[in-house]
Write a protein that binds this ligand. Structure first.
Ligand code: BGC
Length: 271
């Protein structure tokens, strides 16, 4: 029998990629708050990863950091091996790592293109593939969750909103949408739940320059009907919900966490 508190993640282990900062760190903390033990993955920011681990440990949960480049197959496999060695079977995998390398189309180098596609899309494929392999091997653990495993991708409003001067990023997120939905279609019958969150403008380093440049914040707020930039924890809470049995009948969906950005507010009174 699963816990009577459907939001509880107690007794479950999670991996969150890119959880040394920003949305990933908030996701890791919210999963831990709900009771999960959490592997904190990072690529460059070891101190940030340690800070996330320390906060999780202070909540009384088990946590450790693993360095891995999600765009490298061997790194991803080694990360899962390490997670299972230290925490046992992994029930929840959050593929969150992502980056931007912005340029106009004609200024975009092949390196800018490849870096973004490799981390945001190929990384999601590698992490998602490994998650499904490990869920199958682990088998169902009815004592902790109704499903065989939960795989959650961190996408973006830009999986549906085109984004000039960011064609690599928008293409990676558009690809991620169909990657997520196609994996969900392929594995849901096994009891694996695959979903995504689609954050809008969340206050993290990825958009700090945009928010802090002259007029930047007002321009951003004009795109957000709800009238505020999001906090990482706004996304973390939704991921914790998607990881829990409280969302057990949500399969193959993207939950936008965007203050209404996907409502295309520039059409209000126009068009
Ligand atoms: C991007 C941010 C941007 C937001 C809304 C996110 O996916 O990473 O830079 O502020 O979308 O446009």
């Amino acid at each position: 029998m699963a816990s009577t508190d459907l939001h509880s993640l107690s007794g479950q282990a999670a991996i969150v990629t890119g959880s040394s900062s920003g949305i990933g760190a908030a996701v890791a903390l919210e999963l831990a708050r709900a009771g999960a033990d959490v592997v904190v993955n990072y690529h460059g920011d070891e101190n940030g990863a340690q800070a996330t681990v320390d906060e999780i440990a202070a909540m009384g949960r088990r946590s450790f950091k693993v360095k891995a480049d999600v765009g490298k197959e061997a790194d991803v496999i080694a990360m899962f091996d390490e997670a299972e060695a230290q925490l046992g079977p992994v029930d929840i995998v959050v593929s969150n790592s992502g980056l931007q390398k912005d340029a106009s189309l004609t200024d975009m180098t092949i390196e800018d293109w490849n870096l973004v596609i490799n981390t945001n899309l190929t990384g999601a494929f590698l992490v998602g593939r490994e998650a499904v392999r490990r869920f199958r091997k682990k088998g169902r653990r009815e004592a902790v969750s109704r499903s065989l495993g939960k795989l959650i991708f961190d996408s973006s409003v830009h999986q549906t909103i085109p984004w000039a001067f960011h064609v690599n990023y928008a293409a990676s997120k558009g690809g991620l949408k169909l990657l997520m939905e196609s994996i969900a279609q392929e594995v849901s019958s096994e009891g694996i739940r695959v979903n995504a969150v689609g954050p809008g403008a969340i206050a993290t380093d990825i958009n700090r320059m945009e928010r802090e440049k002259a007029g930047g914040l007002d321009a951003m707020l004009a795109l957000i009907p709800y009238g505020r930039v999001g906090d990482p924890v706004d996304v973390g809470r939704v991921v914790a919900f998607l990881a829990s049995d409280a969302s057990d009948y949500i399969v193959g969906q993207t939950i936008f966490v965007d203050g209404g950005m996907t409502l295309h507010p520039s059409f209000k009174g126009n068009g």
